[in-house]
Ligand binder design. Structure first.
Ligand code: HEM
Length: 458
Protein backbone atom coordinates (compact mmCIF):
# COMPACT_ATOMS: atom_id res chain seq x y z
CA UNK A 1 0.00 0.00 0.00
CA UNK A 2 1.38 3.40 -0.96
CA UNK A 3 0.05 6.50 0.81
CA UNK A 4 0.36 10.14 -0.22
CA UNK A 5 -1.68 13.19 0.85
CA UNK A 6 -2.24 13.99 -2.86
CA UNK A 7 -4.33 10.83 -3.17
CA UNK A 8 -7.15 12.55 -1.25
CA UNK A 9 -7.48 15.82 -3.14
CA UNK A 10 -11.13 16.59 -2.35
CA UNK A 11 -12.13 18.62 0.70
CA UNK A 12 -15.81 17.98 1.38
CA UNK A 13 -18.12 20.87 2.26
CA UNK A 14 -20.44 20.86 5.27
CA UNK A 15 -23.15 22.25 2.99
CA UNK A 16 -23.23 22.13 -0.82
CA UNK A 17 -22.21 25.43 -2.44
CA UNK A 18 -22.69 26.98 -5.89
CA UNK A 19 -18.96 27.57 -6.13
CA UNK A 20 -18.25 23.85 -5.78
CA UNK A 21 -21.12 22.93 -8.13
CA UNK A 22 -19.35 24.95 -10.80
CA UNK A 23 -15.70 24.29 -9.91
CA UNK A 24 -15.52 20.76 -8.52
CA UNK A 25 -18.85 19.04 -7.86
CA UNK A 26 -17.12 16.31 -5.80
CA UNK A 27 -16.63 18.84 -2.99
CA UNK A 28 -20.41 18.88 -2.54
CA UNK A 29 -20.56 15.13 -1.86
CA UNK A 30 -20.86 14.75 1.92
CA UNK A 31 -18.65 12.49 4.11
CA UNK A 32 -21.65 10.09 4.21
CA UNK A 33 -20.99 9.36 0.52
CA UNK A 34 -17.97 7.27 1.59
CA UNK A 35 -19.83 5.40 4.37
CA UNK A 36 -23.51 5.08 3.35
CA UNK A 37 -25.19 3.31 0.43
CA UNK A 38 -27.80 5.92 -0.57
CA UNK A 39 -27.73 9.68 -0.01
CA UNK A 40 -29.10 12.75 -1.63
CA UNK A 41 -28.23 16.38 -2.23
CA UNK A 42 -30.57 19.29 -2.12
CA UNK A 43 -30.59 22.64 -0.45
CA UNK A 44 -28.21 24.76 -2.52
CA UNK A 45 -31.31 26.57 -3.61
CA UNK A 46 -34.96 25.56 -3.31
CA UNK A 47 -35.59 25.49 -7.08
CA UNK A 48 -32.90 22.87 -7.66
CA UNK A 49 -34.33 19.36 -7.79
CA UNK A 50 -33.07 16.84 -5.30
CA UNK A 51 -30.39 14.57 -6.74
CA UNK A 52 -29.98 11.04 -5.42
CA UNK A 53 -26.62 9.26 -5.19
CA UNK A 54 -25.82 5.57 -4.93
CA UNK A 55 -22.63 4.18 -3.42
CA UNK A 56 -23.89 0.65 -2.85
CA UNK A 57 -23.13 -2.20 -5.28
CA UNK A 58 -26.52 -3.91 -4.71
CA UNK A 59 -28.55 -0.79 -5.51
CA UNK A 60 -26.33 -0.03 -8.51
CA UNK A 61 -26.78 -3.58 -9.77
CA UNK A 62 -30.54 -3.23 -9.48
CA UNK A 63 -30.58 0.03 -11.46
CA UNK A 64 -28.03 -0.73 -14.19
CA UNK A 65 -28.20 -4.50 -14.59
CA UNK A 66 -31.52 -5.86 -13.26
CA UNK A 67 -33.89 -3.05 -14.34
CA UNK A 68 -32.09 -0.91 -16.95
CA UNK A 69 -35.30 -0.27 -18.91
CA UNK A 70 -36.76 1.62 -15.93
CA UNK A 71 -34.02 4.30 -16.03
CA UNK A 72 -32.96 6.55 -18.95
CA UNK A 73 -30.09 9.02 -19.26
CA UNK A 74 -30.46 11.82 -16.71
CA UNK A 75 -31.37 15.36 -17.71
CA UNK A 76 -28.27 17.04 -16.23
CA UNK A 77 -25.75 14.83 -18.03
CA UNK A 78 -27.76 15.18 -21.21
CA UNK A 79 -27.69 18.97 -20.87
CA UNK A 80 -23.97 19.03 -20.05
CA UNK A 81 -22.89 16.73 -22.89
CA UNK A 82 -25.41 17.57 -25.58
CA UNK A 83 -23.28 20.31 -27.14
CA UNK A 84 -20.46 17.80 -27.51
CA UNK A 85 -22.22 14.51 -28.24
CA UNK A 86 -25.29 14.71 -30.49
CA UNK A 87 -28.54 13.14 -29.30
CA UNK A 88 -28.77 10.73 -32.27
CA UNK A 89 -25.40 9.08 -31.40
CA UNK A 90 -25.22 5.71 -29.62
CA UNK A 91 -24.41 7.44 -26.32
CA UNK A 92 -27.79 9.20 -26.14
CA UNK A 93 -30.07 6.93 -28.15
CA UNK A 94 -32.64 4.86 -26.26
CA UNK A 95 -34.85 1.78 -26.72
CA UNK A 96 -34.97 0.06 -30.13
CA UNK A 97 -32.85 2.82 -31.68
CA UNK A 98 -30.06 2.20 -29.13
CA UNK A 99 -30.28 -1.59 -29.55
CA UNK A 100 -29.69 -1.54 -33.29
CA UNK A 101 -26.93 1.07 -33.15
CA UNK A 102 -25.19 -0.96 -30.43
CA UNK A 103 -25.53 -4.14 -32.56
CA UNK A 104 -24.15 -2.27 -35.56
CA UNK A 105 -21.07 -1.09 -33.68
CA UNK A 106 -20.46 -4.21 -31.58
CA UNK A 107 -18.35 -6.26 -34.05
CA UNK A 108 -15.70 -3.53 -34.26
CA UNK A 109 -15.26 -3.68 -30.48
CA UNK A 110 -14.97 -7.46 -30.02
CA UNK A 111 -11.81 -8.42 -28.20
CA UNK A 112 -10.56 -10.67 -31.02
CA UNK A 113 -10.96 -7.90 -33.62
CA UNK A 114 -9.32 -5.40 -31.33
CA UNK A 115 -6.18 -7.49 -31.00
CA UNK A 116 -5.58 -6.67 -34.67
CA UNK A 117 -5.22 -3.02 -33.60
CA UNK A 118 -2.36 -3.69 -31.15
CA UNK A 119 0.31 -2.82 -33.79
CA UNK A 120 -1.36 0.59 -34.18
CA UNK A 121 -1.36 1.08 -30.40
CA UNK A 122 2.33 0.10 -30.29
CA UNK A 123 3.25 2.35 -33.22
CA UNK A 124 1.59 5.41 -31.68
CA UNK A 125 3.22 4.67 -28.29
CA UNK A 126 6.59 4.37 -30.01
CA UNK A 127 6.09 7.76 -31.69
CA UNK A 128 5.49 9.26 -28.23
CA UNK A 129 8.68 7.63 -26.92
CA UNK A 130 10.63 9.06 -29.86
CA UNK A 131 9.26 12.54 -29.13
CA UNK A 132 10.20 12.31 -25.44
CA UNK A 133 13.70 11.14 -26.29
CA UNK A 134 14.33 14.57 -27.83
CA UNK A 135 13.61 16.31 -24.51
CA UNK A 136 16.49 18.01 -22.69
CA UNK A 137 17.41 16.29 -19.40
CA UNK A 138 15.18 17.03 -16.43
CA UNK A 139 12.38 18.66 -18.37
CA UNK A 140 9.06 18.78 -16.54
CA UNK A 141 6.23 17.57 -18.79
CA UNK A 142 2.51 17.92 -18.14
CA UNK A 143 1.71 14.32 -19.10
CA UNK A 144 -2.00 15.00 -19.69
CA UNK A 145 -1.20 16.76 -22.97
CA UNK A 146 0.93 14.03 -24.64
CA UNK A 147 -1.49 11.36 -23.41
CA UNK A 148 -4.33 13.19 -25.19
CA UNK A 149 -2.21 13.34 -28.33
CA UNK A 150 -1.24 9.66 -28.32
CA UNK A 151 -4.76 8.35 -27.59
CA UNK A 152 -6.19 10.72 -30.17
CA UNK A 153 -3.81 9.51 -32.86
CA UNK A 154 -4.86 5.94 -31.96
CA UNK A 155 -8.58 6.64 -32.21
CA UNK A 156 -7.99 8.49 -35.48
CA UNK A 157 -6.21 5.46 -36.96
CA UNK A 158 -8.78 2.99 -35.61
CA UNK A 159 -11.78 4.98 -36.84
CA UNK A 160 -10.49 6.33 -40.12
CA UNK A 161 -7.66 3.99 -41.13
CA UNK A 162 -4.81 5.53 -43.02
CA UNK A 163 -6.82 7.70 -45.42
CA UNK A 164 -8.17 10.32 -43.03
CA UNK A 165 -6.72 13.63 -44.19
CA UNK A 166 -7.26 16.23 -41.56
CA UNK A 167 -5.54 18.62 -39.25
CA UNK A 168 -5.29 16.47 -36.12
CA UNK A 169 -3.77 19.17 -33.90
CA UNK A 170 -6.52 21.68 -34.79
CA UNK A 171 -9.29 19.11 -34.32
CA UNK A 172 -7.93 17.95 -30.95
CA UNK A 173 -7.45 21.45 -29.62
CA UNK A 174 -10.98 22.44 -30.74
CA UNK A 175 -12.32 19.37 -28.94
CA UNK A 176 -10.53 20.24 -25.69
CA UNK A 177 -11.92 23.79 -25.90
CA UNK A 178 -15.39 22.30 -26.52
CA UNK A 179 -15.24 20.34 -23.24
CA UNK A 180 -14.75 23.58 -21.29
CA UNK A 181 -18.40 24.55 -21.56
CA UNK A 182 -19.68 21.44 -19.81
CA UNK A 183 -19.43 22.74 -16.25
CA UNK A 184 -21.51 25.79 -17.20
CA UNK A 185 -24.02 23.76 -19.20
CA UNK A 186 -24.54 21.37 -16.26
CA UNK A 187 -24.86 24.35 -13.93
CA UNK A 188 -27.45 26.06 -16.18
CA UNK A 189 -29.43 22.83 -16.38
CA UNK A 190 -29.29 22.56 -12.58
CA UNK A 191 -30.80 26.04 -12.31
CA UNK A 192 -33.32 25.40 -15.10
CA UNK A 193 -31.74 28.16 -17.25
CA UNK A 194 -31.84 27.97 -21.08
CA UNK A 195 -28.85 26.50 -22.90
CA UNK A 196 -28.36 29.52 -25.18
CA UNK A 197 -27.45 31.90 -22.33
CA UNK A 198 -23.83 32.98 -22.82
CA UNK A 199 -21.09 32.19 -20.29
CA UNK A 200 -17.37 33.06 -20.23
CA UNK A 201 -15.82 31.66 -23.41
CA UNK A 202 -19.12 30.43 -24.89
CA UNK A 203 -18.73 32.17 -28.27
CA UNK A 204 -15.33 30.63 -28.81
CA UNK A 205 -16.68 27.22 -27.76
CA UNK A 206 -19.61 27.50 -30.21
CA UNK A 207 -17.21 28.38 -33.00
CA UNK A 208 -15.02 25.34 -32.23
CA UNK A 209 -18.01 22.99 -32.06
CA UNK A 210 -19.25 24.22 -35.46
CA UNK A 211 -15.79 23.58 -36.92
CA UNK A 212 -15.73 20.07 -35.40
CA UNK A 213 -19.13 19.18 -36.84
CA UNK A 214 -18.21 20.47 -40.32
CA UNK A 215 -14.87 18.67 -40.25
CA UNK A 216 -16.44 15.38 -39.14
CA UNK A 217 -19.07 15.69 -41.89
CA UNK A 218 -16.26 16.20 -44.39
CA UNK A 219 -14.50 13.04 -43.15
CA UNK A 220 -17.67 10.98 -43.62
CA UNK A 221 -18.22 12.40 -47.13
CA UNK A 222 -14.57 11.79 -48.04
CA UNK A 223 -14.83 8.17 -46.92
CA UNK A 224 -18.02 7.58 -48.92
CA UNK A 225 -16.21 8.81 -52.04
CA UNK A 226 -13.11 6.70 -51.36
CA UNK A 227 -15.20 3.49 -51.42
CA UNK A 228 -13.13 0.44 -50.52
CA UNK A 229 -9.76 1.52 -51.85
CA UNK A 230 -8.18 1.48 -48.40
CA UNK A 231 -7.67 -0.73 -45.33
CA UNK A 232 -11.08 -1.13 -43.59
CA UNK A 233 -11.58 0.96 -40.47
CA UNK A 234 -14.39 1.37 -37.91
CA UNK A 235 -15.94 4.14 -40.02
CA UNK A 236 -16.42 1.64 -42.89
CA UNK A 237 -18.31 -0.60 -40.53
CA UNK A 238 -20.61 2.28 -39.62
CA UNK A 239 -21.11 3.11 -43.31
CA UNK A 240 -22.19 -0.42 -44.15
CA UNK A 241 -24.08 -1.24 -40.91
CA UNK A 242 -27.59 -2.50 -41.68
CA UNK A 243 -30.32 -3.53 -39.27
CA UNK A 244 -30.90 -7.24 -40.07
CA UNK A 245 -34.63 -6.90 -39.26
CA UNK A 246 -35.57 -3.66 -41.03
CA UNK A 247 -32.70 -3.13 -43.48
CA UNK A 248 -32.24 0.36 -42.02
CA UNK A 249 -28.84 2.05 -42.32
CA UNK A 250 -27.38 4.98 -40.39
CA UNK A 251 -28.34 8.36 -41.82
CA UNK A 252 -25.62 10.88 -42.61
CA UNK A 253 -26.52 12.80 -39.46
CA UNK A 254 -26.23 9.63 -37.33
CA UNK A 255 -22.93 8.73 -38.98
CA UNK A 256 -21.46 12.14 -38.25
CA UNK A 257 -22.76 12.06 -34.66
CA UNK A 258 -21.37 8.59 -34.02
CA UNK A 259 -18.01 9.28 -35.63
CA UNK A 260 -17.62 12.42 -33.55
CA UNK A 261 -19.00 10.68 -30.42
CA UNK A 262 -16.38 7.94 -30.80
CA UNK A 263 -13.62 10.50 -31.37
CA UNK A 264 -14.60 12.14 -28.07
CA UNK A 265 -15.45 9.08 -25.94
CA UNK A 266 -12.66 7.04 -27.51
CA UNK A 267 -9.68 9.12 -26.51
CA UNK A 268 -10.30 11.58 -23.67
CA UNK A 269 -11.11 8.96 -21.00
CA UNK A 270 -8.11 6.77 -21.87
CA UNK A 271 -5.84 9.82 -21.96
CA UNK A 272 -6.88 10.86 -18.46
CA UNK A 273 -6.53 7.31 -17.08
CA UNK A 274 -3.03 7.02 -18.54
CA UNK A 275 -1.94 10.39 -17.18
CA UNK A 276 -3.12 9.45 -13.67
CA UNK A 277 -1.38 6.06 -13.99
CA UNK A 278 1.96 7.74 -14.81
CA UNK A 279 1.52 10.22 -11.98
CA UNK A 280 0.73 7.47 -9.44
CA UNK A 281 3.74 5.47 -10.60
CA UNK A 282 5.91 8.57 -10.30
CA UNK A 283 4.85 8.76 -6.65
CA UNK A 284 5.24 5.01 -6.04
CA UNK A 285 8.71 4.23 -7.44
CA UNK A 286 8.64 0.61 -6.22
CA UNK A 287 5.54 -0.17 -8.33
CA UNK A 288 7.11 1.68 -11.25
CA UNK A 289 10.23 -0.49 -11.04
CA UNK A 290 8.14 -3.66 -10.68
CA UNK A 291 6.18 -2.76 -13.81
CA UNK A 292 9.38 -2.00 -15.74
CA UNK A 293 10.77 -5.40 -14.79
CA UNK A 294 7.54 -7.11 -15.91
CA UNK A 295 7.69 -5.38 -19.30
CA UNK A 296 11.39 -6.22 -19.76
CA UNK A 297 10.78 -9.87 -18.84
CA UNK A 298 7.81 -10.28 -21.19
CA UNK A 299 8.69 -8.00 -24.09
CA UNK A 300 12.44 -7.44 -23.85
CA UNK A 301 13.47 -4.83 -26.39
CA UNK A 302 10.90 -5.90 -29.00
CA UNK A 303 7.72 -4.13 -30.07
CA UNK A 304 4.70 -4.88 -27.91
CA UNK A 305 2.47 -7.28 -29.84
CA UNK A 306 -0.89 -8.98 -29.26
CA UNK A 307 0.65 -11.84 -27.27
CA UNK A 308 2.71 -9.58 -25.07
CA UNK A 309 -0.13 -7.22 -24.25
CA UNK A 310 -2.17 -10.07 -22.82
CA UNK A 311 0.74 -11.15 -20.64
CA UNK A 312 1.33 -7.98 -18.66
CA UNK A 313 -0.88 -8.55 -15.60
CA UNK A 314 0.79 -5.97 -13.40
CA UNK A 315 0.39 -3.28 -16.09
CA UNK A 316 -3.36 -3.99 -16.14
CA UNK A 317 -3.51 -3.94 -12.35
CA UNK A 318 -1.80 -0.53 -12.24
CA UNK A 319 -4.32 0.89 -14.72
CA UNK A 320 -7.25 -0.66 -12.83
CA UNK A 321 -6.03 0.76 -9.54
CA UNK A 322 -5.43 4.18 -11.15
CA UNK A 323 -9.04 4.14 -12.42
CA UNK A 324 -10.24 3.17 -8.92
CA UNK A 325 -8.56 6.15 -7.26
CA UNK A 326 -9.11 8.55 -10.17
CA UNK A 327 -12.02 7.21 -12.26
CA UNK A 328 -12.08 9.11 -15.58
CA UNK A 329 -15.90 9.21 -15.29
CA UNK A 330 -16.55 10.22 -11.66
CA UNK A 331 -20.36 9.89 -11.72
CA UNK A 332 -22.83 8.12 -13.96
CA UNK A 333 -26.35 9.54 -14.26
CA UNK A 334 -29.77 8.00 -14.79
CA UNK A 335 -33.35 9.30 -14.50
CA UNK A 336 -36.27 7.06 -13.47
CA UNK A 337 -38.84 6.90 -16.27
CA UNK A 338 -41.61 6.79 -13.61
CA UNK A 339 -41.79 7.19 -9.81
CA UNK A 340 -40.49 3.86 -8.54
CA UNK A 341 -38.38 2.18 -5.86
CA UNK A 342 -34.76 1.16 -5.67
CA UNK A 343 -34.11 -1.40 -2.95
CA UNK A 344 -36.06 -0.03 0.04
CA UNK A 345 -35.94 3.57 -1.26
CA UNK A 346 -38.55 5.55 -3.16
CA UNK A 347 -37.16 7.43 -6.19
CA UNK A 348 -39.08 10.02 -8.18
CA UNK A 349 -39.24 10.59 -11.92
CA UNK A 350 -38.09 14.21 -11.49
CA UNK A 351 -35.00 13.31 -9.44
CA UNK A 352 -31.77 12.37 -11.25
CA UNK A 353 -29.89 9.41 -9.73
CA UNK A 354 -26.11 9.19 -9.88
CA UNK A 355 -23.86 6.21 -9.41
CA UNK A 356 -21.24 7.99 -7.30
CA UNK A 357 -18.27 6.18 -8.88
CA UNK A 358 -15.68 8.40 -7.17
CA UNK A 359 -17.16 7.64 -3.72
CA UNK A 360 -17.92 3.97 -4.50
CA UNK A 361 -14.25 3.43 -5.39
CA UNK A 362 -13.19 4.92 -2.04
CA UNK A 363 -16.01 3.51 0.08
CA UNK A 364 -14.99 2.51 3.61
CA UNK A 365 -17.12 -0.65 3.57
CA UNK A 366 -15.72 -1.90 0.27
CA UNK A 367 -11.99 -1.20 0.35
CA UNK A 368 -9.15 -1.59 2.89
CA UNK A 369 -7.30 1.70 3.20
CA UNK A 370 -9.40 3.13 0.35
CA UNK A 371 -7.19 6.17 -0.29
CA UNK A 372 -3.93 4.21 -0.70
CA UNK A 373 -2.50 3.12 -4.07
CA UNK A 374 -2.17 -0.66 -4.23
CA UNK A 375 -2.28 -2.33 -7.66
CA UNK A 376 -2.32 -5.74 -5.93
CA UNK A 377 -5.99 -5.18 -5.04
CA UNK A 378 -6.62 -6.29 -8.61
CA UNK A 379 -4.54 -9.48 -8.43
CA UNK A 380 -6.93 -12.29 -9.48
CA UNK A 381 -7.11 -13.90 -6.02
CA UNK A 382 -8.01 -10.58 -4.35
CA UNK A 383 -10.49 -9.44 -6.99
CA UNK A 384 -12.35 -12.79 -7.04
CA UNK A 385 -14.88 -12.24 -4.26
CA UNK A 386 -15.59 -8.59 -5.08
CA UNK A 387 -19.12 -7.52 -6.03
CA UNK A 388 -19.29 -6.79 -9.77
CA UNK A 389 -20.63 -3.30 -9.08
CA UNK A 390 -18.04 -2.39 -6.41
CA UNK A 391 -15.63 -1.30 -9.12
CA UNK A 392 -17.02 0.11 -12.35
CA UNK A 393 -14.96 2.70 -14.23
CA UNK A 394 -16.68 1.58 -17.45
CA UNK A 395 -20.22 1.39 -16.05
CA UNK A 396 -22.19 -1.87 -15.89
CA UNK A 397 -25.15 -3.58 -17.54
CA UNK A 398 -26.26 -3.33 -21.18
CA UNK A 399 -24.93 0.23 -21.56
CA UNK A 400 -21.47 -0.65 -20.27
CA UNK A 401 -18.78 1.17 -22.22
CA UNK A 402 -18.56 -0.38 -25.69
CA UNK A 403 -14.88 0.61 -25.85
CA UNK A 404 -13.81 -1.13 -22.62
CA UNK A 405 -11.59 -3.79 -24.22
CA UNK A 406 -10.28 -1.26 -26.73
CA UNK A 407 -9.29 1.05 -23.87
CA UNK A 408 -7.68 -1.68 -21.74
CA UNK A 409 -5.57 -3.03 -24.63
CA UNK A 410 -4.62 0.46 -25.75
CA UNK A 411 -3.70 1.70 -22.26
CA UNK A 412 -1.72 -1.45 -21.40
CA UNK A 413 0.32 -1.14 -24.60
CA UNK A 414 1.05 2.55 -24.08
CA UNK A 415 1.85 2.29 -20.37
CA UNK A 416 4.17 -0.67 -20.92
CA UNK A 417 6.03 1.10 -23.75
CA UNK A 418 6.48 4.32 -21.79
CA UNK A 419 7.57 2.70 -18.53
CA UNK A 420 10.09 0.47 -20.26
CA UNK A 421 11.87 3.47 -21.78
CA UNK A 422 11.38 6.28 -19.28
CA UNK A 423 11.58 6.95 -15.55
CA UNK A 424 8.90 9.27 -14.19
CA UNK A 425 9.41 11.32 -11.02
CA UNK A 426 7.16 13.92 -9.37
CA UNK A 427 7.77 17.64 -9.83
CA UNK A 428 7.61 19.34 -6.41
CA UNK A 429 4.75 21.81 -6.22
CA UNK A 430 1.48 22.63 -4.50
CA UNK A 431 -1.13 19.92 -3.71
CA UNK A 432 -3.11 18.89 -6.76
CA UNK A 433 -6.68 20.02 -7.25
CA UNK A 434 -9.32 18.32 -9.34
CA UNK A 435 -11.32 19.97 -12.05
CA UNK A 436 -13.90 17.35 -13.03
CA UNK A 437 -15.75 18.13 -16.22
CA UNK A 438 -16.38 15.64 -18.99
CA UNK A 439 -13.67 13.57 -17.30
CA UNK A 440 -11.76 13.75 -14.01
CA UNK A 441 -8.94 16.07 -15.03
CA UNK A 442 -6.50 17.69 -12.60
CA UNK A 443 -6.43 21.47 -12.49
CA UNK A 444 -3.19 22.68 -14.06
CA UNK A 445 -2.24 19.25 -15.43
CA UNK A 446 0.12 16.60 -14.03
CA UNK A 447 3.74 17.76 -14.42
CA UNK A 448 6.37 14.99 -14.14
CA UNK A 449 10.08 14.71 -14.82
CA UNK A 450 10.53 12.32 -17.74
CA UNK A 451 13.99 10.77 -17.94
CA UNK A 452 15.00 8.44 -20.79
CA UNK A 453 16.53 5.24 -19.48
CA UNK A 454 17.32 3.69 -22.81
CA UNK A 455 19.29 5.72 -25.32
CA UNK A 456 17.92 4.44 -28.65
CA UNK A 457 14.61 3.28 -30.09
CA UNK A 458 14.09 -0.41 -30.94
C1 HEM B 1 -10.47 4.49 -19.83
C2 HEM B 1 -11.27 4.58 -20.87
C3 HEM B 1 -12.77 4.66 -20.81
C4 HEM B 1 -13.62 4.83 -19.75
C5 HEM B 1 -13.24 4.97 -18.27
C6 HEM B 1 -14.97 4.83 -20.27
C7 HEM B 1 -16.10 4.94 -19.49
C8 HEM B 1 -17.40 4.90 -19.98
C9 HEM B 1 -18.57 5.00 -19.18
C10 HEM B 1 -18.59 5.14 -17.66
C11 HEM B 1 -19.65 4.94 -20.02
C12 HEM B 1 -21.11 5.11 -19.66
C13 HEM B 1 -21.82 3.81 -19.37
C14 HEM B 1 -23.26 4.08 -18.98
O1 HEM B 1 -23.83 5.11 -19.30
O2 HEM B 1 -23.81 3.22 -18.33
C15 HEM B 1 -19.14 4.81 -21.35
C16 HEM B 1 -19.93 4.72 -22.47
C17 HEM B 1 -19.44 4.70 -23.75
N1 HEM B 1 -18.12 4.64 -24.14
FE1 HEM B 1 -16.53 4.56 -22.89
N2 HEM B 1 -14.91 4.70 -21.63
C18 HEM B 1 -13.60 4.58 -22.01
C19 HEM B 1 -13.12 4.39 -23.30
C20 HEM B 1 -13.89 4.32 -24.44
C21 HEM B 1 -13.39 4.07 -25.77
C22 HEM B 1 -11.93 3.78 -26.10
C23 HEM B 1 -14.47 4.14 -26.61
C24 HEM B 1 -14.53 3.95 -28.12
C25 HEM B 1 -13.51 3.72 -28.89
C26 HEM B 1 -15.64 4.42 -25.80
C27 HEM B 1 -16.92 4.58 -26.29
C28 HEM B 1 -18.06 4.65 -25.51
C29 HEM B 1 -19.41 4.73 -26.05
C30 HEM B 1 -19.80 4.79 -27.52
C31 HEM B 1 -20.29 4.73 -24.95
C32 HEM B 1 -21.82 4.75 -24.98
C33 HEM B 1 -22.31 3.29 -24.90
C34 HEM B 1 -23.81 3.13 -24.89
O3 HEM B 1 -24.52 4.03 -24.43
O4 HEM B 1 -24.26 2.07 -25.32
N3 HEM B 1 -15.25 4.52 -24.49
N4 HEM B 1 -17.75 4.78 -21.31
Amino acid sequence: MFHDPDFTPVRTNEQPTFRSALRNFLENWPPAAYREDFWSLSGIWPIIPKTVYLSDPELIEEMLIARPEAFGRDKLTTAALSANIADDALFFSEGAEWRWQRRALAPAFRHENLLALVPIFAKCAKAQCAAWRQLPRNTAVDVTQPMSEVTFSIIEHALLGATGTFDRARYLSAMLTGFKGMGWQRFYALLGLPKWLPFPGSREIDRKLRYLYAETARLVAERRLAGHAHAPAILDLLLSAKDPETGRMLTDGELISNLYGLMVAGHETSAVALAWSLWLLAKDQASQERLRNEVRDVVGESDIDRNAVENLPFARQVIQEAMRLFPPVAALGRQPREDTTLGPYKVLKKEPIYVAIWALHRHEKLWDEPNAFDPDRFAPEKAKGRHRCAYMPFGAGPRICIGMSFAMLEMTTILAALIRDFRFTPVPGPRIELSPDFTLRPKGGLPLFVEAIKPTAN
